[in-house]
Design a protein around this ligand. Sequence first.
Ligand SMILES: O=C(O)CCC(=O)C(=O)O
Length: 280
Amino acid sequence: MLPNEREIEEYWEVGYWVAPPLFDADEIDKAREAVLAVHSGREPEGGYPFMPPLNADKPRAVKTLMYAWYFNDVIRKMVTDPRITAIAASLMGVDRVRLWQDQVIVKPGLADGEPDPENNVGFHQDYSYWQDSSTTNMITANIVLQDTTEANGAMRVLMGSHRFGLLEAASHFFDPDLDRVRADYATERGSGAGERALEVLGGQVTFHHSLLVHGSGPNRSPEPRLTLAPAYFPDGARIRLDDHPESPHRVLMHAPVPGSEITGKYFPLVYDGSRAGQSD
Ligand SMILES: O=C(O)CCC(=O)C(=O)O
């Protein structure tokens, strides 16, 4: 199920690609269970090794947790699955791929009609949080764990916005005002990119470039919207010391030397085209 040449060209044109369903109902059920377990605080025993989920104390706000792959087997298996990592390699145009991070996202359902802007994911560019990597040729996969439409808060993308380059203020994941941020980006770049909600079936996976502007509106359904969002980068990318010493990647790089390759157990090789997609 790799993208063909035309689809790869399209990815570079619009900044995202939507894969057909890659995971079956059983795999999705197991992943949903894992997502809810890691957000519940029941695991891992002894507490979160790196950082706790954000917004855990706000029942109606979007919640995210990073590095669950490190302690949860189901999540690790999914984010290192060659069905995904081979596609990431094809779209990035490289042979060898490493895992950059994961993000486990829970968007609670607001079916009772009470709005809560913090249920939104603000429009942002992932690379704005990732500037300690030397390359913007990085990619996020959104593994969608239920059928998802605008009604339950499908991810929205500003098509082609990865070609804007890094925007000045693009770290807006937790800024709920979608209209203002969208307008700011349009002002900065002088043109409005077309916007699209990625409506997909459970088990489908969407891929987006690290500079693509994306976010999402509220989940108005009764059920939580769950997503597993691993991100990948080409093997050989180097450490770039920016001015965010507290970024989780920087912390996990340990005594980072600028210009040296990003490697080590927190950035595992998850696809090697020359070895037919085994992980290490
Ligand atoms: O879940 C969403 O709506 C956005 C996810 C996201 O920002 C990402 O995967 O990079």
